[in-house]
Design a binder for this molecule. Structure first.
Ligand code: SF4
Length: 379
């Protein structure tokens, strides 16, 4: 048997203005990366032992954050070593998230030698003015430099690009996409900017200091960006994700197929042995519990069969290939067309989904309103 493991690194060089992820700027926390990595290694040892005892191999490993590559080099190297020491790895797809400003030849060498074979680079935009508005520390030139370094060293490089940014037009987004397509990364994730409550960006938007594209402009950006990337040969395989052949994210497909995975680190979530688990978000508690040899769980609840079916629909419909009838049948011994007959009838009438003999999937019209479609399956 195989599974996926996510490892969370909650440190960044500085906090971006729009970010509400669980991450701390070094200048704003006493939380020591050294103490954190020590605790994380304890958690790795506990979970690694459980996996080995159950004969489960790790086929995808994803170190995200935060900014894993903002860890001091010695801590990052220790973490990578201990992934090998404790996790039963089966030649995994091994991804590390990185910010362009943290990429150096030494870092690339360290990651490559450890077995990392996929880099997810937070480029976000190629306009220096907008990057500064978002609180990003890099420039477009630095992003390109980082990409070129990664391209030479890793078989798969994914770039994160943001859309619907303050003052951004559809033409400007397409210019950014055209430039990154010239670089030819194997994978692209394109996310719309979300204004999260309590962030500096939310304050600036509320005060009218920054203006975001309206709903129509955002939709136009989404549709033309998608069309452009497809014309460049990228397969649109998940709402926000595009890949060249053979480069879809295996790790994220674990989530979208609603398969079990383990999340390690501060605030990390797991779906494991029929339960949804959440680690504590409190740094002190995380360190204390692991120092006592205990898993730092704050939430653990059983997933009912009905919830598992709903999750399977909501996550699976994110994939453009949709949810296959035979896969659902094999998992639940029930036909999804019967289980969700009412929802499917309603969504078909709205034109938001399509079905054939094999699967149910979002329609072209359903893509931009995907969140409303998913909500239909939540009872
Ligand atoms: S680099 Fe990523 S995790 Fe860190 S503050 Fe910026 S958006 Fe948040």
């Amino acid at each position: 048997m195989e599974t996926s493991v996510y490892i969370h690194i909650p440190f960044c060089r500085a906090k971006c203005y729009y970010c509400d992820f669980l991450s701390f700027a070094y200048s704003a926390t006493n939380f020591s990366p050294r103490d954190y990595v020590r605790a994380l290694i304890k958690e790795l040892s506990i979970r690694g032992q459980q996996l080995s005892d159950a004969g489960i191999m790790v086929s995808t490993l994803y170190i995200g954050g935060g900014t894993p590559t903002a860890l001091p080099t010695v801590e990052l190297a220790t973490l990578l070593d201990n992934c090998h020491r404790y996790l039963p790895l089966s030649s995994p797809e091994w991804t590390v998230e990185a910010n362009p400003g943290t990429i150096t030849p030494e870092l690339v060498k360290l990651l490559g030698q450890a077995g990392v074979n996929r880099i997810s680079l937070g480029v976000q935009d190629l306009d220096d003015h907008r990057l500064a508005l978002l609180g990003r520390l890099h420039t477009a030139a630095r992003a390109q430099q980082a990409f070129l370094l990664c391209q030479d060293s890793f078989p798969s490089v994914s770039l994160d690009i943001m859309a619907a940014l303050p003052g951004q037009t559809e033409a400007q987004l397409l210019t950014t996409l055209a430039t990154v397509c010239d670089w030819a990364p194997q994978h692209l994730s394109v996310y719309g900017l979300k204004v999260e409550e309590g962030t500096p960006l939310a304050t600036q938007v509320a005060s009218g200091h920054l203006q975001l594209p309206d709903e129509d402009e955002t939709l136009a950006m989404f549709l033309s960006g998608r069309q452009f990337l497809q014309a460049q040969g990228y397969q649109h395989y998940e709402i926000a994700n595009f890949a060249q052949t053979g480069h879809r994210s295996l790790h994220n497909q674990t989530y979208w197929h609603n398969h079990p995975y383990l999340g390690l680190g501060l605030g990390a979530h797991s779906y494991w042995q029929g339960r949804r688990l959440e680690n504590t978000c409190q740094p002190e508690l995380y360190l204390q519990q692991l120092a006592m040899g205990q898993l730092p769980l704050a939430v653990s609840h059983a997933v009912t069969r009905e919830q598992e079916m709903e999750d399977t629909m909501m996550l699976g419909l994110r994939l453009l290939s949709g949810v296959r009838f035979d896969v659902f049948q094999a998992r639940f011994q029930q036909d999804l067309r019967h289980v969700f007959a009412k929802e499917i009838k309603h969504l078909l009438a709205l034109g938001a989904i399509v079905t054939d003999n094999t699967a149910i999937r979002l329609s072209e019209a359903g893509l931009p309103v995907a969140n409303l479609v998913f909500a239909e399956f939540l009872r």
